[in-house]
Design a protein around this ligand. Structure first.
Ligand SMILES: C[S@@+](CC[C@H](N)C(=O)[O-])C[C@H]1O[C@@H](n2cnc3c(N)ncnc32)[C@H](O)[C@@H]1O
Length: 243
């Protein structure tokens, strides 16, 4: 199946992942954020202060969580999988859940959970996503459940260092794809809604065109502060600093 768009190392499909996934090569990692079934697509969930909530239109893609068959298809698409919203799905026990602490102060969730099949312990990331207050001054676009690039980079960095290919079957505005461009991974993104697919293409195009000399800093560890993309890159730079 031909991608709708190819931008750099990103193959982007406008369509239903149920139909597209069987045509993709198996990837090293599925990193995704499927619909949880909490009505987030209407942009009014979780807040009593409706006046501050952006109107994202009448989309209904988040009226129900993905079913077990689609979940199975999604997990099987990669050697490893990281699924945000894992607490809404019928997933097996795992030693390694990811906890993203959003440092929230309102009545939205304090944290989000991602299920993984990684053989690691539970990992926690503090990365502020609290209304207008966002770590690294990350911009928010026109997707109601846009994830921070910094959180997706953190998740990517937890995958085995051999991870070269990544798929996001529920790509939305393409945050996983932007993180993949920054970290030098080959990306396959699928999105069903044309307006979000267009945003994904624009964001990835911008990222591919951006000079990658000083990659984005996404966290608070020594490695993160220095803005390095991966352990191997950090080791490389530390080694060259000693020479
Ligand atoms: C939770 S959002 C992902 C948001 C994304 N993480 C971001 O940062 O923009 C889930 C997305 O999956 C899309 N979607 C839902 N069902 C789909 C399907 N069967 N195939 C492809 N995309 C689907 C929705 O349109 C929505 O944009």
């Amino acid at each position: 199946m031909k991608p709708t768009e190819i931008i750099g190392n990103c193959s982007l499909y406008l369509g239903d992942c149920r139909e597209v996934l069987p045509h993709l090569p198996k990837v090293d990692l599925v990193l995704t954020d499927p619909p949880y079934g909490i009505g987030a697509s209407k942009g009014t969930w979780g807040s009593s202060n409706k006046g501050t909530v952006k109107d994202y239109g009448k989309d209904d893609w988040d009226n129900a969580p993905i079913d077990d068959e689609l979940l199975g298809l999604t997990i099987a698409a990669g050697t490893n999988a990281i699924i945000f919203g894992g607490n809404y799905f019928n997933v097996p026990p795992s030693p390694c859940w990811l906890v993203w602490d959003k440092e929230n102060t309102g009545d939205f969730a304090d944290a989000e959970l991602a299920w993984t099949n990684l053989q690691k312990a539970v990992r926690l990331k503090r990365y502020m996503w609290n209304g207008m207050l966002r770590a690294n001054n990350e911009q928010r676009g026109d997707h109601p459940t846009q994830k921070p690039i910094g959180v997706m980079q953190w998740a990517l960095d937890l995958a085995p260092k051999t991870t070269l290919t990544v798929a996001d079957p529920f790509a939305g505005s393409g945050t996983t794809g932007v993180a993949c461009v920054r970290m030098g991974k080959t990306f396959y993104g699928i999105e069903r809604e044309p307006k979000y697919f267009d945003i994904m293409c624009e964001r990835i195009m911008r990222e591919v065109d951006r000079p990658q000399l000083f990659p984005f800093s996404y966290g608070t560890t020594d490695k993160d502060k220095q803005g390095f993309q991966s352990d191997s890159q950090l080791q490389l730079i530390q080694t060259s600093e000693k020479v």
